[in-house]
Write a protein that binds this ligand. Sequence first.
Ligand SMILES: [Zn+2]
Length: 423
Amino acid sequence: MATKGSQKFAILLVKFSDTAYTEPNPVAFYDDLLIRRGTGGVNDYFLAASLGEINLDGSQVFGWITIDTTRDDFIAAHPGRWDKIKGAIDAFSNVDTSPFTGVIAIFNVGLGDGGMQGRGVLCAPGDVNVTFLGHEIGHVLGLEHSFDQSARQKANWSAPGEYYDPYDLMSAMSVLSDAGHRFSPRGPLINTANLHRMGWMPADRVWNPPLKNSSDTYDIDLVALSSPNVPGFLAAELGGVIVEFRVPEGFDNGLPRPAVLIHEPADPNSTIIASDLASNNNEWQPGQTYDATLKLLGQTGGVRIKVISFDLRRKVARLSMTVMAVKPQLYNDKIERMPIPDPRLSSFVEAFISPIWQALASKADEIRFDEKQRQSIEIQQNTIAQQKTAIEVQAGQIRLYRNVLVGCAIVVSAAVWFLSRHL
Ligand SMILES: [Zn+2]
C-alpha cells in the first residue's frame, strides 16, 4: 500500500529535572518547523518532495514537559534509541500516540544519539532542520538509503556507496542542502527512483518509449523536479534506468548547477549512475551521452540518452533518447537464417576471443593429460592388486605343497622305520 495523504506525527518536547531551565525553542517554533504550511519547514518539504502526494497536516506538538529525572539517570534507564523515544511517549501519559503515523521525541539537551527507530525519531536540540528531520521521517514512511556506484564508505559501519547520492534526501550525511534559511539545512529533494517506489510519481508524468522493442530516436523535454507545476514529463524510464532534471531552486537550492541525473532503481535502494566514475561525478550536462548499447556484438539492443540542452526559463532539459531493439531469437531454420557474421564481430573474435579460446584449449589439454595420468595410475594400481592376489594364491599353493611333502616324508619315514624293524 502506497503511503499517501496526511501523515500525522506526535511531536513530544521533553525537559529533564536537572536542566528544566533550558528550553531550546518555544513550542511555536516546532509548529512552524514541522506542521504549519508556508514556513519553508518539513511539511512544505514533503509536499514538494512527494509531488503533493503526502503532507504532515494533523501533526501535533505536545510539551514542553519536565520529567522527574535527570539526563544521566534517564540515559542509564533508557540505553537504546527506541528506549529513549519510548521514555518520551511514557512521559505524556495523557497522550495516546497510537493513532499517529509516528513520534518525534525532542529533548532539551543532547542524549548522544539521534535518528529513527521503530516508528519514532529521536532528536537532539540541534537537529531541528529540514534535512535531518526529513530523512528520519522518510525512514518512518518507508524510504531507505540511496547509493552511488563507488566503493567509498561514508562511515566504518556503512556499506560501500551508501549515503553517496548527494541529490537525494535519503543520502543525508553527505547531501547538497541549502543554507541561510530559518530551518536550514534543507533539501535536496527525493530522487525519482525513490518517488516511483513510494508511489509518489504520477504515471502520466513518466515518459516510456512508445514501442516495446523497435529501434527509434525520440526527443523529449523533462521538467525540473522542483517545478512540477510546469506541465510535461518529470521522469523518463527506459533501459532499466530512470532519468530526471534537477535545478538549483526551492528545496534543491543547494545544488551547484542544473544537471540531468540517471538512477538505477532497485527495491529498496536506488543507485545514481556516474557520468564519470573515476571522479564520482554524477551530473549529466549538455553534450554528454549515457550509452548502454551493446556495441561490440553489433546492434543488439540497449539505450542511449543524450543531453541536448537546458532551457532554464522554461525549466526543461531537452534529451534525445535512442532505443535499440533486441534482435529476436530464432528457433527454426537456424542454419538457413544464420546471419552473415559482422566483420567487426570477426575482428573482435580475433583480437579478444581467440587468445582466450587458445588459453582455454591448452588448459583443457592439460586437464585431459592429467586425466590420462590418473587413468594410467589407476590401471597400474589394479595390475598391482591383481599381482598381489596372484602371489597370495601362489603362496597358498606353496603352503599346501609343503604340507603335502611334509606329510609324505612322515609316511615314508614311518614306512622305512617299520620295514627296518620287521624285515
Ligand atoms: Zn538514514
